[in-house]
Design a protein around this ligand. Structure first.
Ligand code: AN0
Ligand code: CP
Length: 317
C-alpha cells in the first residue's frame, strides 16, 4: 500500500477486517517489519486519539516514531504557489514536504478542511502535496474530506459487536456549537457503502453530503423514522457541504441530540461516536454512559486500524 486515503485503498474489505482482527490478537507479532524504519506524524490540527493510537501502532510494529506539530514550534508554512512571502510565513510547503520525507519512511498527515475554499478542501490540496512531493508512502490521519483510519476502526468495531449478519447502521447528524468538517461522516459513508450492512443516513435538510461518498445510501430526513430498528447509531455533527452554505452551521436543533428516548426507538442499538464528543449536544450523559455505548472500544480500535494500514505499508516498502 502506497497511500491510504479512502476505503478503496484497502482492497477487499472482508480481507482487511480479517487482517485487522489478526493484528488485534497478535499486536507484537510483526515487530520485525518496522526495524530501523521511522514513522513521521505531521499534525496541522489538534488530536488526542489519532496522535496516541497511531504512534502506538508504529511502536507495536517496531518503528521509531516522530511527531511534528506544525503550529507548535515549526515554521509557519505557506501553502499557495506564487505568493510573495513577505508576511508571517517563513517556509513553503513545497520545501518542507520533501525535507520531511528525507527523515522518515512513512508519513501520516492530519490537515483538516479549512472552510475557506471548497475546491481546495475537496481537492485535498495539502494531503495530495504530501503524496506528490514527499517520496514516501502517505496516509491520512484526517484530511479535508476523509478520516479513513477512523472509519476503518468503526467498521472493525461493528464487526465485533454485530448480532446479525446484516445489521442496520444509522448515521445521524447531531447539533454542535462549532462548524465541523465532513471528513468523518464522508469516510463513514464511504466504508459503510462497501460493508455488509443496511446503511441509513439521517440529517436535517440542507446537510446533504458529497454524493461521491453517499453513493447509493438511503437518506431519511425524519430522525425518529431512521432510528427505528437500528442496531448501531453513529452520531456526528458536520457543517453544511452544499453551496452556497459550504462550511456553515444551518441548525443547532437540540431535538436531534441522541437521548434515551431516541435510543428507545432502536433495536437496543449500540451507540458510536468517533470522539471527541460534546455531551448533551451530540449525546446525553445517560446514553454515552450506558452499557450500549461502545465509544471507548471504538477508540481502542484506532490502534488496530492504524497498525493494519502501517503494516501493509511496511510490507510494501
Ligand atoms: C473533528 C471533526 O469533527 O472532524 C475531529 C474528529 C475526529 N472534531 C472536532 O474538531 C471537535
Ligand atoms: N477520533 C479522532 O480522530 O480523535 P482525535 O481528533 O482526538 O485524534
Amino acid at each position: 500500500m502506497k497511500t491510504y486515503t479512502n476505503v478503496k485503498d484497502l482492497g477487499n474489505i472482508e480481507e482487511a477486517i480479517k487482517e485487522a482482527l489478526e493484528v488485534k490478537k497478535n499486536k507484537f507479532g510483526y515487530k520485525h517489519l518496522g526495524e530501523n524504519k521511522t514513522l513521521l506524524m505531521v499534525f496541522f490540527n489538534s488530536s488526542l486519539r489519532t496522535r496516541l493510537s497511531t504512534q502506538k501502532a508504529g511502536i507495536n510494529l517496531g518503528m521509531n516514531t516522530m511527531v511534528l506539530d506544525i503550529n507548535q514550534g515549526a515554521w509557519k508554512l505557506e501553502t499557495e504557489r506564487g505568493v510573495v512571502m513577505d508576511g508571517d510565513k517563513s517556509e513553503h510547503l513545497l520545501e518542507a514536504i520533501p525535507v520531511m520525507g528525507n527523515y522518515c519512511d512513512i508519513i501520516g498527515v492530519r490537515a483538516f478542511a479549512q472552510f475557506e475554499n471548497k475546491e481546495d478542501d475537496y481537492q485535498e490540496k495539502i494531503l495530495n502535496q504530501f503524496i506528490q512531493y514527499s517520496g514516501k508512502p502517505v496516509f491520512s490521519m484526517e484530511a479535508a474530506t476523509g478520516h479513513p483510519l477512523q472509519a476503518f476502526a468503526d467498521l472493525i468495531t461493528i464487526e465485533e459487536y454485530k448480532k446479525t449478519d446484516h445489521p442496520k447502521v444509522v448515521m445521524t447528524w447531531a447539533p454542535h456549537p462549532k462548524a465541523l468538517p465532513q471528513a468523518v461522516p464522508n469516510s463513514f459513508a464511504d466504508f459503510m457503502n462497501e460493508a455488509n450492512v443496511d446503511f441509513v443516513i439521517t440529517h436535517p435538510e440542507g446537510y446533504e453530503l458529497d454524493p461521491k461518498f453517499v453513493r447509493g445510501a438511503r437518506i431519511e430526513y425524519d430522525q425518529d423514522k431512521a432510528l427505528e430498528g437500528a442496531d448501531f447509531v453513529y452520531a456526528k455533527n458536520w457543517a453544511a457541504y452544499q453551496d452556497p452554505n459550504y462550511g456553515k452551521i444551518l441548525s443547532k436543533d437540540m431535538s436531534w441530540t441522541v437521548t434515551k428516548e431516541k435510543m428507545a426507538l432502536t433495536n437496543n442499538a449500540y451507540f458510536m461516536h468517533c470522539l471527541p464528543v460534546r455531551r448533551n449536544m451530540i449525546v446525553s450523559d445517560d446514553v454515552i454512559e450506558s452499557p450500549q455505548s461502545i465509544v471507548i472500544q471504538e477508540a481502542a480500535n484506532r490502534e488496530i486500524s492504524a497498525q493494519t494500514v502501517i503494516k501493509r505499508m511496511l510490507e510494501n516498502l
